[in-house]
Design a protein. Sequence first.
Length: 119
Amino acid sequence: QVQLVESGGGLVQAGGSLRLSCAASGRTFSNYNMGWFRQAPGKEREFVAAINWSSGSTYYADSVKGRFTISRDNAKITVYLQMNSLKPEDTAVYYCAAKHPMNNRYDYWGQGTQVTVSS
């Protein structure tokens, strides 16, 4: 059974940093795209960043470019989201997800971790 388990969320002041982790298990994720999404109260879920597990190619939403960095650790089967220069508008529940390259939609989702940025 595929599991994606996020951790690392919390409360931080504006300008601070957090690193989210997503531990993946239950199948081989080679060539999968691993993504981070977020959903703020009253808003739709939005894409934040993604990385291809095999190539390491990365993709970012414009709103986080230059502040967030996605990476992966093959040995630990874990994807990270390093978030720097956090803003109050980054406050949301952050979700990890996995997508087979042949699919248009993400197949697997984690339970989410709360990130709150105070002003």
